[in-house]
Design a protein around this ligand. Structure first.
Ligand code: IVH
Length: 683
């Protein structure tokens, strides 16, 4: 140890802080330790020894100052001392002039205003808190009031976020700016993601957000994120008199300020600036979607204040979406989990504002017909902010494709009929479980987060295992551990990852009823409805029996099924359709045989305080949806109705309740708040 130089010690402590934090999370949050306890203790021991030798280098995030467990919700919340607001938009010179005129009227000011102009980066804003010159914490914008604590990740952005402010600084200050990813880094990241068979990011903004919201700071560290600082939150003392002066201080403290920012002597220079930046836009290394104009004088900013969630002293003048023309090579039809056919345009790759676009969404069958898109057409492609590229229109004075595009009426994956019910925009494959694409998509859904949540089984792995013939239906997943040795020698796998996968799969043999129901991927049964069903029927055996009974009976019974659940007849129809298909029931039984499905909290009707009572819900409920509240009440033996009468026993009054609440008071019916109701039903 004694041979470490100070430089090496510093680097080693940084590495150990991250490494130990990583293993803490693996152990405490993911319940999946990757090293033995002895190896973990050895890491801490080395860290302690270096800290003893170089006490001046002890980090604020040192593992010795921390106990292992942090809350398992991912990131903890941080409250901004001053809210992080948004900006109003202008789309042309007239709207910009109105903004200036409004500000001048408000101030009773007749002179022209000096304005700071800054390119509007399309990234995500963050709030950095410095105390006595040291970076202490940083948070995402979140809802503007409260964001996520991403301090550990921000600390990896060494070049962009100074650990200490250079020179004199206030005792405490919030510094704000935009975290973003360069276009080139974004393209390289997507290439790497594609090579690893992982999800592609739609745009640099999403990639930056993904990079910052990593639970493992080591991933953030390699994502190459940048930052431009541009705003202030709370400060313990004034730091400048003008925004330009503040930007100067930011530069001196060690932040990057966008070099294209310019102080305009008057608002009249804005239109020229807008055009100048617009002309440079596609050549810039990062995405911008407009220019932010801020009245420079901070005294005036204070007087102007805010209206709603935006300042009166700033406006974002947006650019139109970036467009390019290219050739439509092919229309590919994707088949989703529920059989929906979605068209995707395969394009001659084209640079749209600095990002190479080879694919674009075509929305649906009608859109293709409306635009009269033909293969071989030259089309206008657009990339607007954070949306997936779109095909806007056909360039009609270029040579056209020969024949009108005919939307397939059979599924491209399995050849089954693809039908479009009257009044719907989506055409669906009727192949159900025999359609390979639907099967793969269902498997992907089955292992997803709110379903079986099996770590280590990504989209690409499912596709590969499916192609091997290892996975026909979800029940086969539970036989993958038998192939552990085979998996371990596959490309990209090893002994450890294969054994981790087996462990993750085995751990899910015991599953909550609601996760099980959600995992089946029945159309319209999202996680909320799955929860309702689970609570209503209590056990898997009961649910299965009741569904089969309702399916075998007439449609009147199905309507009753819908209203029992409080979730309407459409959902009852979907359930009936699923259970009406014998192959589905077989697959369900095979699957259930592999599992222990835990009962949902039993409905305790008889002794409930609300059993036999007539209940009305009114106003907005905060902790539950209306259908959920209704189902819960009914499962306890209450009758839920819509209108208040003398027969009503209890009216549950949510936020902004209106006439029903008044009527209850008039009739002398008992009213309770949502919280009181939850107490009554024992939640
Ligand atoms: S100032 C109260 N300046 O735009 C004013 N915002 O639409 C706060 N943005 O959330 C924002 N570049 O993410 C400001 N130079 C800039 C900006 C900028 C990008 C983003 C920021 C903000 C959003 C508002």
């Amino acid at each position: 140890m004694s041979e470490l130089t100070e430089e090496q010690a510093k680097a080693e402590l940084a590495r150990l802080a991250m490494e130990i934090a990583y293993h803490d999370r693996a152990y405490h949050q993911n319940d999946a330790p990757e090293i033995t306890d002895a190896e973990y203790d050895a890491l801490r021991q080395i860290n302690n020894e270096i800290e003893t030798q170089f006490p001046a280098l002890i980090r604020s995030d040192s593992p010795t100052n921390r106990v292992g467990g942090t809350p398992d919700s991912g990131f903890s919340k941080l409250r901004h001392r001053v809210p992080m607001l948004s900006l109003d938009n202008a789309f042309d010179a007239e709207e910009f002039a109105e903004f200036c005129a409004r500000a001048r009227r408000f101030l009773g000011w007749t002179e022209k205003l000096a304005i700071m102009a800054e390119p509007k980066i399309d990234g995500l804003s963050i709030n950095l808190t410095y105390e006595n010159g040291a970076f202490v914490r940083g948070a995402t914008r979140g809802d503007g009031t409260e964001g996520e604590d991403v301090t550990a990740n921000l600390r990896t952005m060494r070049d962009a976020i100074p650990e200490r402010l250079h020179g004199a600084a206030p005792a405490s200050i919030e510094i704000r700016g935009e975290v973003f990813m360069n276009k080139a880094d974004f393209l390289a990241l997507n290439e790497a993601q594609a090579a690893a068979g992982q999800k592609l990011f739609a745009n640099p903004r999403n990639a930056a957000a993904g990079g910052l919201r990593q639970l493992d700071p080591r991933i953030t560290a390699v994502r190459r994120l940048s930052l431009f600082a541009y705003a202030m939150g709370e400060t313990s003392e004034p730091v400048a008199e003008s925004h330009a002066g503040y930007l100067e201080r930011l530069r001196n403290w060690g932040f990057a300020v966008n070099p294209l920012s310019r102080l305009l002597a008057t608002e009249d220079e804005a239109a020229a600036f807008q055009a100048e930046i617009g002309a440079q836009r596609s050549g810039l290394p990062y995405d911008i979607d407009g220019v932010v104009y801020k009245i420079d004088n901070l005294g005036l900013q204070r007087r102007l204040g805010f209206v709603g969630r935006a300042p009166r002293w700033a406006i974002a003048w947006k650019f139109p979406a970036e467009q390019a023309t290219t050739v439509l090579k092919e229309i590919r039809i994707q088949v989703g989990r529920t059989g929906a056919l979605t068209p995707v345009a395969e394009l001659e790759p084209v640079n749209v504002g600095g990002v190479l676009v080879a694919r674009a969404t075509l929305h649906n069958e009608d859109e293709i017909a409306r635009k009269d898109l033909r293969i071989g057409d030259t089309v206008v492609v657009q990339r607007a902010g954070d949306v997936i590229p779109q095909v806007v229109s056909v360039v009609v004075d270029k040579p056209r494709g020969e024949k009108a595009y005919e939307y397939p009426s059979v599924c491209p994956a399995c050849g089954s009929h693809a039908v479009r019910p009257p009044g719907e925009v989506v055409r669906r494959c009727t192949g159900g479980l025999i359609c390979p694409d639907q099967r793969v998509e269902r498997l992907i859904h089955f292992v997803s987060r709110n379903a079986f949540d099996i770590d280590g089984l990504g989209e690409k792995t499912i596709q590969e295992f499916y192609a091997e013939g290892w996975l026909h239906g979800p029940a086969d997943l539970f036989h993958l551990p038998e192939r552990e040795a085979e998996i371990a020698v596959r490309e990209g796998w090893g002994k450890l990852s294969a054994s981790n996968l087996s462990r993750a799969i085995r751990a899910r043999r015991v599953i909550a009823l609601e996760r099980f129901i959600f995992a089946l991927g029945i159309r319209r049964i999202g996680d909320a409805n799955a929860k309702l069903l689970a609570r209503h029927y209590g056990s898997y055996a009961n649910w299965r029996a009741q569904m089969l009974a309702a399916t075998a009976s007439g449609s009147d019974e199905r309507l009753t099924l819908g209203s029992i659940l409080g979730i309407g007849p459409a959902i009852a129809e979907e359930l009936a359709e699923f259970f009406g298909e014998p192959r589905n029931v077989t697959a369900l039984d095979e699957l259930a045989a592999e599992l222990t499905i835990e009962d949902a909290a039993a409905a305790e009707t008889a002794d409930s305080q609300v059993a036999g009572k007539t209940v009305v819900f009114t106003g907005t409920l905060e902790t539950m949806t209306r259908p959920e509240a209704k189902a819960r009440a009914e499962s306890l033996g209450a009758k839920v109705t819509d209108s208040v009468s003398k027969k009503t026993d209890i009216v549950v009054v949510g936020a902004d309740a209106g006439s029903k609440a008044r009527k209850a008071v008039e009739l002398g019916v008992r009213t309770v708040t949502e919280a009181e109701w939850r107490e009554l039903v024992g939640e």
